[in-house]
Design a binder for this molecule. Structure first.
Ligand code: ZN
Length: 281
């Protein structure tokens, strides 16, 4: 009963931990997707059955799709990679039960970073040495992939695109605040693409947020812009990274965002900090 002589694992290095976080994020996405199973299966039945073959095909598609999703989730969960991750995290929590530092970690973005570091060795070079001006607007395929990654990562973020990704609307609930952003890609008289973004809602914060976005450090980097917008998922209870206060003298929230620690990793790892406008350097 008391044979607990299993060998403790070697401590994981940073790369292993990041890969594990990406794996957990994949599981989370699969779970989020499975939560819509009942909705997906009953949706075809909610309309009057005017076209029965079509209804059958839609229902079958929903049922088979849901079953495949469940199977994929189970396979992933029971796979050795995930099981060893669970074993390791149990051991690690026993060795050090203080999990306070984990509250500083971003919840999303690990999978995207893992995919990016596997798939874009060439693109990685452009961001080396923290050069902020070297990232050009990516081509339409890259933009499409970045948009799709956001949809996959967090189904609560709604992304609508028009005009071949040259007109994009992103909306989500940031705790209790509904935020909406509009991105446009327009060609100027010199044939240069200009990436513009503004916050449309809520009107009480939109001017401040838009100004923060307009003064971003990488104006031509589409992924950076998306990352920045998603950094507004947490808006309430944020304290300013400079003065440490939630509200400044005028009672304004820290609505500006700046990425810190850009070059801590080969890939772009952005840690977004909140600032009051007056507290920006
Ligand atoms: Zn401040």
């Amino acid at each position: 009963m008391s044979s607990t002589d299993a060998q403790p694992s070697e401590p994981w290095d940073e790369a292993q931990c990041k890969a594990a976080l990406a794996q957990l994020e994949t599981l989370q996405q699969q779970l989020d997707n499975l939560r819509l199973t009942v909705h997906r299966m009953t949706k075809p039945l909610s309309k009057p059955p005017t076209d029965k073959p079509l209804l059958f095909s839609q229902y079958k598609q929903a049922a088979v799709g849901s079953q495949n999703s469940l199977r994929a989730f189970r396979a992933q969960w029971l796979g050795e990679d995930v099981q060893s991750l669970f074993r390791y995290s149990r051991e690690s929590a026993q060795a050090n039960p203080d999990l306070n530092a984990s509250s500083q970690l971003p919840r999303y973005g690990w999978k995207r970073r893992a995919d990016a570091s596997h798939g874009s060795a060439g693109a990685k070079q452009s961001g080396e040495n923290g050069s902020l001006s070297s990232d050009a607007i990516t081509n339409n395929d890259d933009m499409g992939r970045a948009i799709e990654a956001i949809r996959q990562e967090d189904p609560h973020v709604k992304v609508q695109t028009a005009d071949d990704n040259r007109d994009i609307t992103i909306s989500f609930m940031a705790e209790t605040t509904f935020l909406k952003f509009h991105i446009t890609l327009k060609r100027d008289a010199n044939g240069q693409d200009k990436l513009k973004a503004e916050c449309l809602r809520p009107t009480t914060l939109s001017d401040d947020i838009t100004r923060s976005i307009e003064t971003r450090e990488r104006p031509h980097d589409f992924r950076y812009l998306l990352d920045m917008i998603l950094a507004y998922k947490t808006i309430e209870g944020k304290t300013c990274a400079k003065c440490g206060k939630a509200a400044d003298q005028r009672g304004h929230l820290p609505t500006a965002r700046r990425a810190k620690g850009i070059t801590t990793d080969e890939e772009k790892t952005l840690a977004w900090k909140a600032f009051h406008r007056g507290c920006l350097d």
